[in-house]
Design a protein around this ligand. Structure first.
Ligand code: GAL
Length: 663
């Protein structure tokens, strides 16, 4: 076994040598060394090459590549190769193919054509993992195991009969009896009462709205089922390859919402993720930083791995813009600023054929004598220069709470407004704080909140009693807590908390909301300060100070923002989506009440500044100028990227980045 690269941030990506003749492999190694690549992920989609027929293995080519990597001192994150089944398997067992809600089979011919509940797939996958683990455990290139790939990316939810049976077994474990299930799902409604658990189906296509708790439980079941797959492979590796760290690459991206990573993260030896910028998002770079904070939260603050991102264009959006010069470095650095100690890409060499031939890579179609490869080499040098950051942790005094189960529930059928997008408020808060130079963690409501001075509870529609109590305790303990509209509305079964909204936070906030009045697209309401969109409601302050009221629309006179002193801390409420200036004013008040300062004093607005600190006290501040003009900031130390001392002041061009070792 080999240690993960030390003394530099690990740099590399997915390597798919099976797509190329052997003659290219030698050139690959030379170019990897030129670019400063220190790790590769091998074999992610190699099943049909490693096991061309059932039980017949061909490891010769992988042996050769592993040896080449060992000789070149490149660490291998070796895949268990179970991401996509080979054609011989799906041909022999078509019952393992996933099905859509309409019962349509998702045939082989792309990737991940396997039903998450299929015992046939699980058995075949585990046989392969056993072989790979036995063969490579002792190999000097092996540094990490990479189980499967982006679980759930294409095959969840599956609605086939195998899943139906597995779902019933999962429900039996969760509820014990059909009566308990009927209670939890509220099946008194629409004649849905079950008299035997065997009557339960997946939420397949129905004439109209599904039972929301049924849908919510199907999400939970899907996530748990794939986690069992992961744990099954992990158990084999623990047995046959003890001591080698294990991970699977998450997808912390706004549009991916299928797995509850909170329950997966504790099973990772190191949390790793993939992140791709989506051009049509309102602010893809702010989203990138937000997702970095999400990944850091999943890693419990520990350094994490950016397993994949792209050097330039992806191939899966309707239009796939290239990255401008400097953007690859900026994106990579933002991940590092947020706690990544590994900079990985999909993929090493751009494919000639196949569905990803138009996806960028470290070696582009144009070859190594290209501007893109020159940039890749510069990034490799930067990864080496930033090596001293490895192991350090990000400093943050703000927590934004995010819970995938709440997201699932909030995206359920027949809600008050489809314009309420659960993560939107969380991202808005994160971005507004970023522009003030304030770093926020994004954590699960079960996280230890004691160290945070400001806690934001954005659109946390579903909340358990325990989580609500922890949030209230944090306020009583001295934190400023901001709760935004449509939070604390239902319990874990998606049952409304009665007696006035937001049931879980009514006492904490000292307010009662009697009715919602969601705003139509394009409509707005006036506030005594500013303007609101998306949401309004009839809200009474019972035991809270009114900070702003609605001054137009049916809710005129109701409270739109409130504040209440709680013990040493405070509980604030925001009942609408305010305009930028009003939002900013509210956040300024919160930041002041919480006594939080920007990472650097006098930082120009729009410059992102995130500090990482080592256990021995050394610190680095990563700076990114998101404004349209050069920005000057006061910072003392040495910029590791340029090698220059800052002499107390640093000017970054538009889009410019620096990582300053302080002191
Ligand atoms: C990821 C995946 C890679 C590749 C990449 C393209 O979702 O893990 O295999 O498909 O996207 O962006």
């Amino acid at each position: 076994m080999r240690a993960w690269p030390k003394g530099r941030l690990a740099y590399g990506g997915d390597y798919n040598p099976e797509q190329w003749p052997r003659s290219v492999w030698r050139e690959d190694v030379d170019l990897m060394q030129r670019a400063g690549v220190s790790f590769v992920t091998l074999g992610v989609f190699s099943w049909s090459w490693l096991e061309p027929h059932k039980g017949e293995y061909d490891f010769g080519w992988l042996d050769e590549v592993m040896d080449l990597m060992a000789q070149a001192d490149i660490a291998v994150d070796l895949a268990t190769a179970t991401a996509s089944p080979p054609p011989w398997l799906t041909t022999a067992y078509p019952e393992m193919l996933p099905r859509t809600a309409d019962g349509v089979v998702m045939w082989p011919g792309s990737r991940q054509s396997w039903c998450p509940s299929s015992p046939i797939f699980a058995e075949a996958a585990r046989a392969l993992v056993t072989q790979i683990a036995q063969r490579y455990h002792e190999h000097p290139a092996l540094a990490m195991w990479h189980i499967s790939n982006e679980y759930a990316c294409h095959n969840l939810p599956c609605y086939c009969d195998t899943c139906a049976a597995a779902f019933r077994a999962w429900l039996r474990r969760r509820y014990g009896s059909v009566d308990a299930l009927n209670d939890a799902w509220g099946t008194a409604f629409w004649s849905q009462r079950y008299t035997d658990l065997e009557q339960v189906l997946p939420p397949r296509r129905t004439p109209t709205f599904h039972n929301p708790t049924h849908v919510l439980d199907y999400h939970r079941f899907g996530s748990d089922t794939l986690l069992d797959h992961f744990l099954g492979e992990k158990a084999i590796l623990a047995d046959l390859s003890p001591g080698v760290p294990v991970t699977t690459n998450f997808m912390t991206m706004t549009q991916f919402r299928l797995l509850d990573y909170q329950s997966w993260a504790p099973h990772q030896d190191v949390v790793s993720t993939d992140h791709y910028r989506v051009a049509t998002l309102p602010d893809p770079v702010a989203e990138l930083s937000f997702q970095g904070a999400v990944t850091r939260g999943l890693a419990n603050g520990a350094p994490w791995m950016l397993m994949e991102h792209s050097t330039s264009a992806v191939n899966w959006q309707p239009v796939n813009p290239a990255k401008a010069p400097g953007e690859t470095l900026r994106d990579s650095l933002l991940h590092v600023a947020n706690g990544a100690d590994t900079i990985g890409f999909f993929q090493w060499r751009a494919s000639r054929a196949g569905a990803e031939k138009w996806h960028s890579a470290l070696v582009p179609h144009a070859g190594p004598e290209s501007a893109r490869f020159a940039e890749v080499c510069r990034l490799g040098a930067a990864a080496a220069a930033l090596g001293e950051l490895a192991g350090s942790r990000v400093e943050a005094q703000v927590a934004i709470l995010l819970d995938t189960q709440a997201l699932w529930a909030a995206s359920g059928p027949a809600m008050p407004s489809t314009a309420v997008d659960y993560p939107e408020m969380a991202q808005r808060v994160h971005r507004a704080l970023r522009d003030k130079g304030i770093t926020a963690d994004v954590v699960h409501p079960s996280a230890d909140l004691s160290a945070y001075r400001l806690i934001v509870v954005p659109t946390l529609y579903l909340v358990t009693d325990d989580h609500a109590a922890a949030i209230a305790a944090a306020a009583a303990g001295g934190a400023q807590v901001l709760v935004t509209y449509f939070s604390g509305i239902v319990d874990e079964h998606d049952h409304v908390r009665l007696g006035g909204y937001p049931g879980a936070f009514r006492d904490l906030l000292g307010i009662v909301v009697e009715e919602f009045d969601p705003l139509l697209p394009g409509a707005g309401v006036d506030l005594s300060r500013g303007h609101g969109t998306i949401w309004s409601e009839w809200c009474r302050a019972v035991d809270a100070e009114v900070v702003a009221t609605y001054t137009s629309g049916p809710c005129a006179g109701s409270a739109a923002m409130t504040r209440r002193t709680v013990g040493e801390g405070g509980a604030w409420y925001l009942g609408t989506m305010p305009d930028e200036a009003t939002f900013d004013g509210l956040l300024n008040a919160l930041v002041a009440a919480a006594g939080i300062a920007a990472a650097l004093p006098g930082l120009p607005s729009g410059v992102e500044a995130i500090r990482r600190r080592a256990a021995d006290g050394r610190s680095w501040v990563a700076l990114v100028n998101h404004t349209d003009a050069p920005a000057t900031m006061a910072v003392s130390g040495v910029d590791l990227l340029s090698g220059h001392a800052t002499d107390g002041s640093l000017t970054l061009p538009r889009g410019g980045v620096a990582v300053v070792r302080e002191g």
